[in-house]
Design a binder for this molecule. Sequence first.
Ligand SMILES: Cc1cc2nc3c(=O)[nH]c(=O)nc-3n(C[C@H](O)[C@H](O)[C@H](O)COP(=O)(O)O)c2cc1C
Length: 243
Amino acid sequence: MNPVINQMMNHRSIRSYKADEPIPEDKLDQIIRAAQSAPSWINGQHYSIIGVKDKARKQKLAEYTKNPYVADCSVFLVFVGDFYRVELASEKHQKHFTTKSEEDLLLIASVDIGLACQNALTAAESLGYGTVCIGGIRRHISEVAEFLGLPEMTIPIVGLCIGVPNQDPPVKPRLPKEAVYFEEVYQPDTLPLLEAYDETIIPYSRREGGISYTERMANFYDKPYYHGITDFLKKQGFLKGSK
Ligand SMILES: Cc1cc2nc3c(=O)[nH]c(=O)nc-3n(C[C@H](O)[C@H](O)[C@H](O)COP(=O)(O)O)c2cc1C
């Protein structure tokens, strides 16, 4: 198989790292440049990446995110949706940033970040590092924003642990391709495929309580997971009702 595709298909998240292993600057530089090479909406590159290496600061972020392995990874990258740059550009060219309350900005930043983060992840894995994405960065979003010194029109969206693996977990099977890939039009009749996956995933879902895919999705989306996101977005200048 093509080595890039082979590496992608062998991805698994790493949640235990050899502590205090610094990442060489040239490796981090390659990872960040790979992230920056991702495509982005209008080449706007609507993200910033904050690398946290300091032990005490990683420990604090491990607490905020409730993901203890953040403390032990070599570098924790925080991907921040960034429209502060649009503020700077608008001011320079005497324009009003009139679309700042549009929800579409969140889709734009999320897609740009998803692509950049995945590029960083693939680059890091190709260098022999383990990785795990950390959505827990949004658990205490206001505190994290203050901790990182984020200005208005920015939002922390996801983190990425990069470090030397201290575990060798199996690759988690995915949904059947037929449940995810449709030709020409959407196929809604996928419940039997989801039920087949329910059986497949249970042995791999000990961390998530050993329950099936459908049960986990139903439970998870029954109530909000992170609180205060809308208020935070308004405080930062996003959404209607912003300052
Ligand atoms: C946006 C995003 C946020 C995630 N947040 C967390 C997290 O906060 N903590 C964690 O342990 N894993 C997190 N993960 C990792 C997923 O749980 C993991 O990718 C998924 O279970 C599939 O497993 P695999 O990566 O080993 O294939 C996140 C993944 C993504 C894409």
